[in-house]
Design a protein around this ligand. Structure first.
Ligand code: GLN
Length: 485
């Protein structure tokens, strides 16, 4: 076993027992990035000097007994998190040289615990995409098959875990961007309930949907990371003031007597046969562990993709108005006059997918169309949320695929946005409902690509999905396989 193969909780044990220093662990990760990232392209920015300095500080903290389980662990962040003094691009040309003057709360919390930042991870531009192909910094490749996409938008966050370039990472999930890449790269990824984690300092895409969450190697690591970032933040009025449970302590207990619902709308004709096989096997595993399986219906599922792409683009068109070349970001220097400067700066700074979404969103919000599109979508969103709340009167959690297929090939869907949008069909409803979901490794395709299983919980039911995911992980071996890279 190589140093870079250790899970967060294994590495934490070794650091605490002083079998290993954070400087050694961090050095091993940096060497691994150096050796593999030419192929994977999971990182936009690597910060070796700062990482080794912070690792040294963490070692001193551990030596004086002030360390805690996360101190000295090398991690990386999606490039959507503001990191004071470290370039933050959101994978866009418009922020190519942007150095934030302050940090996201999620990163502040991890830094306070002594975690070490290795660098910033690639993603779809402004988190708009499902394949990490829309980045201005080149596509990220799937470590399990370099010809395939890692998923998106947090593709770098998942690829870095699969390639063992970081011990844990953070991503964001607006319509599936943590769970889908986790599924495609064989990692654990959790999208918390809306309001569970502060989004302060996280570059906004669609503010009524965006959530921060971990991508990790196993469920215990996921629980530890979630516990560290969750909680109320006075700087984010949408973060909820509820106590943060000890998620890692809640993992044991199993699923005996638990009622798990299978929504019939998620087990449809077009489902890839390998994905279906993995779901069937997962159901059998849960039955053997003593859970009860109940069929149910989420009747408004069909409208979720259309509803999401109206709401998300509408919010994005408003959030992205701030990139005007005036206060920060790219500015065209040749423009004559203010209007031309706005137009040229935005034209040069934004990529094609971002422009498409700004146009779609502006259209949906325009007077005369607002009622027909945006307002209607908001009403449908309420119906989708009610579907889930009703289902949770009958079951404790919902089991579903994360994505209809395993990772597709690079280039396969870039010219067909509708196909790309449809690949989010099983993750989007969870964001619209504002509740939590996790992806756990549940098998492989015949071509050797990982396939994830999604568990959806009640609002603020993160403990229950983590416990059920942990029971599944303990009963299976999928999380132990490693990408050969
Ligand atoms: N693929 C979806 C989109 O493009 C979700 C992205 C995300 O969750 N950030 O909007």
């Amino acid at each position: 076993m190589e140093l870079f193969d250790l899970t967060l909780h294994e590495l934490s044990e070794k650091l605490r027992r002083r079998e290993l220093s954070s400087v050694e662990a961090t050095g091993a990760m940096l060497a691994r990035i150096e050796a593999t990232d030419k192929n994977v392209n999971a990182f936009i920015t690597v910060t070796p000097e700062q990482a080794l300095r912070d690792a040294d500080a963490a070692d001193r903290r551990i030596a004086t007994g002030e360390g805690e389980p996360l101190t000295g662990i090398p991690i990386a962040l999606k490039d959507i998190f503001l990191t004071q003094g470290v370039r933050t691009t959101c994978a866009s040309r418009i922020l190519e040289n942007f150095i934030p003057p302050y940090s996201a709360t999620a990163w502040e919390k991890l830094k306070e615990r002594g975690m070490v930042l290795l660098g910033k991870l690639n993603q779809d531009e402004f988190a708009m995409g499902s394949s990490s192909e829309s980045s201005a910094f080149g596509v990220t490749r799937n470590p399990w098959d370099l010809e395939c996409i890692p998923g998106g938008s947090s593709g770098g966050s998942a690829a870095a875990i699969a390639a063992r370039q970081a011990t844990a990472t953070l991503g964001t999930d607006t319509g599936g961007s943590i769970r889908q890449p986790a599924s495609h790269c064989g990692c654990v990824g959790l999208k918390p309930t809306y309001g569970r984690v502060s989004r302060y300092g996280v570059i906004a895409y669609a503010s009524s949907l965006d959530q921060v969450g971990p991508v990790t190697r196993d469920v215990r690591d996921c629980a530890l990371m979630l516990g560290a970032v969750a909680g109320h933040d006075p700087k984010d009025s949408t973060s909820v003031d509820l106590p943060v449970p000890d998620y890692a302590a809640a993992l044991e207990g199993g699923v005996k007597g638990l009622k798990i619902g299978l929504p019939k709308e998620y087990f449809i004709e077009g489902l890839d046969p390998d994905v279906r096989r993995c779901m069937d096997e997962a159901v059998a595993t849960y039955l053997s562990l003593g859970a009860e399986i109940v069929e149910l219906s989420l009747p408004h599922t069909d409208y979720a993709v259309a509803c999401y792409y109206l709401i998300a683009t509408a919010e994005a068109s408003s959030n992205l108005a701030r990139y005007d070349g005036v206060r920060f970001g790219h500015r065209n220097r040749d423009a004559k006059g203010l209007m031309e400067m706005y137009c040229k700066s935005r034209e040069e700074g934004f990529g094609a997918e971002v422009k498409r979404r700004i146009m779609l969103g502006t259209y949906a919000l325009s007077s005369g169309y607002y009622d027909a599109y945006y307002l209607k979508a908001q009403k449908v969103r309420t119906l989708i949320r009610r579907d889930f709340l009703k289902a949770f009167e009958k079951v404790d959690l919902i089991l579903a695929p994360v994505a209809p297929t395993p990772a597709f090939r690079i280039g396969e869907k870039v010219n067909d946005p509708l196909q790309m949008y449809l690949s989010d069909i099983f993750t989007i409803p969870v964001n619209l409902a504002g509740t939590c979901g996790i992806s756990v490794p549940a098998g492989f395709s015949s071509g050797g690509l990982p396939i994830g299983l999604q568990l959806v919980g009640r609002p603020f039911g993160e403990e229950s999905i983590l416990r059920a995911a942990y029971a599944f992980e303990q009963a299976t071996e999928w999380h132990k396989r490693k990408a050969q890279i």
